[in-house]
Write a protein that binds this ligand. Structure first.
Ligand SMILES: Cc1cc2nc3c(=O)[nH]c(=O)nc-3n(C[C@H](O)[C@H](O)[C@H](O)COP(=O)(O)O)c2cc1C
Length: 396
């Protein structure tokens, strides 16, 4: 099922906090994802960002207390919504939600909501740490409402501390997690992603163009589906919101990191492009070009992480490997599947256009070890391909 993230109904409640300046960006992300946002603003929120800005970006009327009339928007909007997101949630609105107050359109809609509710508190750290705020948060959590942990850092009031609202793209992750069916709840997923750097001397290394995007997509989609996810990433940027990310540099470091978490994992996804070789003799000083017309490096094989994982595989564990190939792609992939004791392999022709390294799209052939299961080919955005791969793996 591709594009499960599009055409979703998101009700966005905005209360009076300085973090409201980030909300136009969130609305842009919602419409970019081809979802609909209905927006309710408190009176105070309108001091921080205007209904005109948000209405222009959402392409819809913005609801305020002046609309709180016999057309009962406080009932109709939550009925339409698949998720209610309150961001930023002021200390004041948080208190009202915790106590079941319904004295404006936003709090009335919240108490009328049957859909998942996501609350993003944002305030000065003293307001946040105040026992009244903490008790209000605990009360909401007890009722099954998701309350985001504010981030620490510089606050708009000039203080520094805990109280920052997550960034709009991180709020999008929580929205998608709330909208996704949690068919991987309770599962532990370990993903390797990105390249390795095999250093020759302190300033040079051997590597490959892997961006880590496919591994990150496998991790993110499993997290949306309710799994606990750890990523072991080579030296690339990974959006780690909600995930546990460990960075490593070399293949040997990656192997150690994988070994440490292997027992924990129900699913192991080996999406990293691990260097097969490293230099035999690392030079701890920069190699100089003077006096050398040519330079010969002797390489030795790195440990084969996929094969190692295949040997250590425990009962019930599912191993998913990738085969990044340039020729005889499917044959090489099938061979690797068998040799490395994997359950699935994703054959990836890295020379095909729109496929492979450092692009946002991919074409993958999912080859199961069990020959009674059909092979499937998925093509599209890496995130959609990853979602489809998980659906097939979960279906067995
Ligand atoms: C400049 C300014 C910034 C404020 N920033 C915050 C804030 O970040 N978080 C918060 O909880 N309250 C903040 N407040 C206080 C709220 O705006 C105030 O409690 C208001 O009554 C909230 O109303 P509402 O919850 O109905 O939107 C701020 C007030 C001002 C004047």
């Amino acid at each position: 099922m591709q594009n499960w993230k599009s055409n979703r109904n998101i009700l966005l409640g905005i209360s009076g906090g300085i973090a409201a300046y980030k909300i136009p960006q969130l609305v842009r992300l919602i419409t970019k994802a081809r979802c609909q946002a209905e927006i309710i603003m408190t009176d105070s929120a309108q001091q921080f960002v205007t209904p005109m800005t948000l209405g222009t970006l959402s392409g819809r009327k913005v609801w305020t207390d002046s609309d709180f009339d016999s057309s009962i928007p406080h009932i109709r909007l939550p009925q339409w919504a698949e998720v209610l997101v309150i961001a930023p949630c002021s200390a004041n609105t948080l208190g009202k939600l915790a106590h079941g107050l319904a004295d404006n359109l936003l709090t009335s809609a919240a108490i009328a909501s049957a859909c998942p509710v996501l609350v993003f508190p944002a305030m000065n750290e003293h307001m946040y740490e105040n026992p009244a705020t903490q008790e209000n948060i605990a009360a909401l959590k007890r009722r099954g409402i998701f309350v985001a942990e504010p981030e620490s850092g510089a606050l708009a009031c000039g203080d520094s501390g805990k109280g920052r609202m997550p960034e709009p793209h991180e709020i999008m992750h929580e929205i998608f997690r709330a909208l996704c069916v949690h068919d991987m709840a309770g599962k532990h997923v370990l993903v390797t992603a990105g390249p390795t750097h095999e250093y020759i001397d302190p300033v040079r290394y051997i590597s490959n163009p892997s961006s880590g995007k496919m591994g990150a997509a496998m991790a993110r989609e499993a997290w949306y589906r309710g799994a606990d996810v750890k990523i072991i990433a080579g030296p690339v940027d990974v959006d780690g919101y909600g995930l546990s990310v460990k960075h490593v540099v070399s293949a040997q470091e990656m192997l150690e990191a994988v070994r440490a978490d292997l027992e924990w994992a129900d699913y192991v996804v080996k999406a990293a492009a691990v260097g097969d070789y490293r230099v035999k003799d690392y030079s701890d000083r920069k190699l100089k070009r003077e006096g050398r017309d040519t330079l010969t490096l002797e390489l030795v094989q790195n440990p084969d992480i996929a094969a190692e994982v295949g040997k250590l595989k425990r009962e019930g564990q599912v191993l998913i490997g990738f085969a990044a190939e340039t020729d005889n792609v499917n044959a090489h992939a099938r061979d690797k599947l068998a040799r490395k004791n994997l359950d699935y392999i994703l054959a990836n022709d890295v020379l095909a256009s729109g496929s492979g390294f450092a692009v946002d799209t991919n074409t993958l052939r999912l080859i199961p070890r069990d020959p009674s299961h059909p092979e499937r080919v998925f093509t599209g955005l890496k995130e959609d391909v990853a979602f489809d791969v998980w659906s097939n793996v979960l279906a067995g």
